[in-house]
Ligand binder design. Structure first.
Ligand code: 0A1
Ligand code: ZN
Length: 883
């Protein structure tokens, strides 16, 4: 089987469906290898479609058992059927019903799309095009129907049977079987269909909505793990309350079920009334989950819940509009986390993710607009661009319109498009209508790929007491888009005096809240009555997803570190100085730059670390190697970057050591463990302090001291954050010897031998060690009994961490890292193409590498591309990566 170039789907070719489906009645008999699905579909011609058109239903690896139209079996000549398509050439032009019986094998389904089994639990994943693996259907989001689902199963095998909507009936059947019937009154697209059958435990809670309706909430998990679901349940309740309070959105069914499964391709899925989760984002306990796991669980529980309005009640007309639900829902979950935790810290973390994932994507061969114009495999467009940049667009919209108009626009969107499959144009029109603002240019954010660059220079005229900022914007070319238009860039800004004081100044064109909307290719802003040369603080709160270049010297940046009123920009100023030091290191023997940064951080720690430890921990974290690589932009040598970063880290550590040691002691907690953001912040600062202390030259801080601290933290930890923090130091820090490292690694392996999700952390840590032995170690770990190529979490923890989280070893100069990952992609592709394609995106930076590595990476990509019978997922990514 040759790999065929898959068909390209284009937004410009969108046509309404020729037929609509109003009702779906499903009767599903669960069986490990021969599940029977009977679907009764109530169809009618779509007035907006082509009259008399054939009816073409989508399928994927389906086996048809029987087919009847209005109750009468169809004759051979009346239809044609293949595993991927069922066609009725001349269907009735009045409403009619189709009864379709298919037989599927959930145990053999390794793609984890459609109906499959995870640890024996029957579950489904239908977004984007998985429903067609269950029955023949018009599997597109603008075909919305109400569903009833009858599920029948062996009671011993699957005592719990869950579907979308509300439970309406259940009962016993002969032969140890039983059934449950679920009714979902809200019209929905097929991608939101779900069912679960299995032997699961649960935690439950009653919720009373803002209008006084009672909703039964439940989180279902593997039996015995119930206590680890409490945090998720709590996060669900808080999400529901928040959406009522902040967006006025009430839940609309009698029950809300969440199910955690071990084998899942993504994070979680917002199926109506029945969210299905990767168990990594549900299960948490003090002993097994880090603070960052808790934070992710809270955010993803919220994200899926918020989809009930932004995604489910209002869905997408077609998959090009994916950001309509995803960008908006990420924005909503970010706001929720900011309200529940610390806004400044959440914003910094969101920007770190955006830069690491989206900026990288946007500057490489897979760059695409937030609303793509074409795709060959939609699974490959669940990207950082659609999600994270999509969320940034909503944030900019809010910044530009202001709180009140933004809220009015959202309210209008919810009322105008409820129960519809909408487009980005529909969404923006609501904001135009609510605010009276023309959003034509703003809409370019959805159309143009690439990260805009904004260059700014400042000019002070002392005689005139005038200060001018000159702005210029440009967006680099991206695949298929050579020429770019200027976009509207909201730049939140302020002027800071040399000692942090406010230097006054009024400027025309600056909105009252200090936002300048840069919409032309170049523009300037003049401030009058400025008493002294100011330091501009630009892009406060990271008000737009752009790369800013501003000619401020280190001294000015360090003033911002100490005095800016905007937390984000204080952090950014420290990052900018650090990036500069790593890309343009001090000359040998001259460490003035690094000294100045260390001194500023030391002053900051002295005054503020105890008051806001979470923020302090972020201030101490150097920009990641991938970000430095982006800054360099061409002929990148990952080893040189690693060396520069390590050198700066050691330098800072040595200056800050006394203060860090004191802080560690002060922050030690005698209180019982709590995962709240305040406690997590203290742990974060203690852990980064340990990491820095263990990085010091033994002449400054004896190695045995670092070892003793690390061992003590590991052995005495009563929570995973501290234990893993210590293990991380043991494995990475230069000040730790092999003996301790091996003891802790071995201890961790045995201590958590029954805990696959915890062993994922153990796999990931070892895969990210920046040492030449790592590749061999990863290959050895693939033979560990806890590893399996069939489980996406295991694959991402070990192979994914090596490919995405270990720049020096994935990019080994001998090409062995590329070769290894390419082989894994090819192996995985035969079982789970989605997983294989995601792993392959690790190659997205190959073009900016120095020529030697570039050639080796290309060879690995060409090796993949040459394989016959590649999946559409992998073929699409490899072809675009090489193009
Ligand atoms: N809509 C989900 C993401 C998702 C997409 C595709 C999937 O298929 C395997 C699964 C989940 C979300 O945004 O959470
Ligand atoms: Zn989502």
């Amino acid at each position: 089987m040759r790999t065929e170039t898959p068909q390209t789907i284009r937004l410009s070719e969108y046509r309404p469906s020729d037929y609509l489906i109003d009702r779906v009645d499903l009767d599903i008999h669960l069986d490990p290898t021969a599940t029977r699905v009977r679907a009764m579909l109530a169809l009618r011609p779509n007035p907006a479609g082509t009259p008399g058109a054939p009816l073409v239903l989508d399928g994927d690896e389906l086996q048809l058992e029987s087919l009847a139209l209005d109750g009468k079996p169809l004759m051979q000549g009346d239809y044609t059927c293949a595993p991927d398509k069922l066609t009725i050439a001349q269907p009735p032009q009045d409403p009619f019903s189709l009864t379709i019986e298919t037989r599927i094998d959930p145990t053999a389904n390794t793609k984890l799309m459609g109906l499959y089994r995870s640890n024996g639990v029957y579950c489904t994943q239908c977004e984007a095009e998985g429903f067609r693996r269950i029955t023949y259907f018009l599997d597109r989001p603008d075909v919305m129907a109400v569903y009833t689902t009858r599920i029948e199963a062996n009671r011993a095998e699957a005592p719990v049977l869950l579907g979308n909507g509300n439970p309406v009936a259940s009962g016993e059947l002969p032969g140890g079987r039983h059934f449950a019937v679920w009714d979902d009154p809200h019209p929905k697209p097929s991608y939101l269909f779900a069912l679960v059958g299995g032997d699961l435990g649960s935690v439950t809670r009653a919720f009373v909505t803002m209008s006084g309706r009672k909703v039964d909430l439940a989180v279902h998990v593997e039996r015995g793990k119930e206590s680890r679901a409490d945090y998720a349940l709590d996060a669900l309740e808080r999400s529901m309350r928040w959406d009522e309070k902040v967006f006025g959105r009430e839940y609309d069914l009698d029950v809300f079920n969440i199910v955690a499964v071990s084998d899942f391709n993504m994070g979680a899925m917002e199926n109506k009334g029945l969210n299905i989760f990767n168990d990594k984002y549900v299960l948490a306990s003090q002993e097994t989950a880090t603070d960052s796991d808790f934070a992710h669980i809270e955010a993803i529980i919220a994200h899926e819940y918020f989809h009930n309005w932004t995604g489910n009640r209002i869905t997408c007309r077609d998959w090009f509009q994916l950001c309509l639900k995803e960008g908006l829902t990420v924005f909503r979950d970010q706001e929720f986390s900011s309200d529940e935790r610390s806004r400044g810290v959440e914003r910094i973390n969101a920007v770190r993710t955006l830069r690491a994932r989206q900026f990288t994507e946007d500057s490489g061969p897979l760059a695409h607009p937030v609303r793509p114009r074409e795709y060959r495999e939609i699974n490959n467009f669940y990207t950082a661009t659609v999600y994270e940049k999509g969320a940034e667009i909503i944030r900019m919209l809010k910044t530009l319109l202001g709180e009140a108009a933004f809220k009015a626009g959202m309210d209008l969107y919810f009322s105008r498009h409820d129960n519809q499959a909408a487009t980005i144009e529909d969404f923006l029109t609501c904001f135009r209508d609510a605010s009276g603002r023309d959003l034509t240019q703003f809409a370019l954010w959805y159309e143009q790929a690439g990260t805009p660059r904004v260059a700014v220079s400042g000019h002070y005229d002392a005689d005139a007491r005038r200060y001018r900022l000159d702005f210029a914007q440009s967006t680099p070319p991206t695949p298929g888009q050579a020429v770019k238009q200027p976009v509207v860039i909201p730049i939140a800004l302020g002027l800071v005096g040399p000692n942090g004081e406010d230097v006054g100044g009024e400027a025309q064109g600056l909105e009252t809240d200090g936002v300048f909307a840069l919409s032309r290719a170049s523009d300037s802003l003049t401030f009058e009555n400025v008493s002294a040369p100011p330091i501009p603080s630009l892009l406060r709160g990271f008000s737009a997803p752009v790369r800013l270049s501003l000619d401020l010297d280190d001294a000015a940046l360090l003033t911002l570190v100490r005095h800016d009123s905007d937390a984000f920009n204080r952090w950014q100023a420290a990052q900018s100085v650090a990036t500069r030091l790593m890309t343009r290191p001090d000359r040998p023997g001259d460490s003035r730059g690094a000294d100045a940064l260390a001194k500023a951080l030391d002053g900051f720690l002295a005054e503020e670390a105890e008051g806001d430890p979470a923020f302090a921990a972020l201030m101490l974290a150097l920009p990641p190697e991938t970000e430095i690589a982006q800054e360099i932009g061409a002929d990148v040598d990952p080893d040189a970057i690693h060396a520069a970063r390590t050198a700066l880290k050691i330098h800072l550590a040595e200056t800050l050591a006394p203060r860090l040691a004191t802080l560690r002691a002060q922050l030690a907690s005698s209180r019982p463990y709590s995962p709240d953001a305040g406690s997590a912040g203290r742990r974060a600062l203690r852990n980064i302090a340990l990491d820095l202390l263990a990085s010091c030259d033994p002449a400054i801080r004896p190695a045995d001291e670092a070892e003793a601290m690390t061992a003590a933290q590991y052995d005495e930890a009563d929570n995973m954050t501290d234990r893993l923090g210590a293990l991380n130091v043991a494995i990475h820090a230069p000040g730790i010897g092999e003996a301790l490292r091996d003891r802790l690694l071995a201890d961790f392996r045995t201590r958590f031998t029954e805990e696959p999700l915890v062993l994922d952390k153990w796999f990931a840590l070892q895969a990210s060690v920046a040492e030449p032995g790592t590749l061999a170690r990863v290959q050895e770990l693939m033979r560990d009994t806890a590893f399996s190529l069939n489980n996406p979490n295991r694959v991402r923890a070990l192979i994914g961490a090596f490919a995405m989280n270990n720049p020096t070893q994935f990019n080994r100069a001998d090409g062995a890292g590329y070769h290894f990952v390419a082989e894994q992609v090819l192996t995985l592709d035969t079982r789970n193409p989605q997983l294989a394609a995601r792993l392959l995106t690790a190659f997205n930076t190959w073009r900016v590498l120095e020529p030697g590595r570039r050639a080796k990476a290309r060879a690995a990509l060409e090796h993949i591309a040459a394989r016959d019978g590649l999946s559409r997922d992998v073929a699409d990514i490899v072809q675009r990566t090489l193009a």
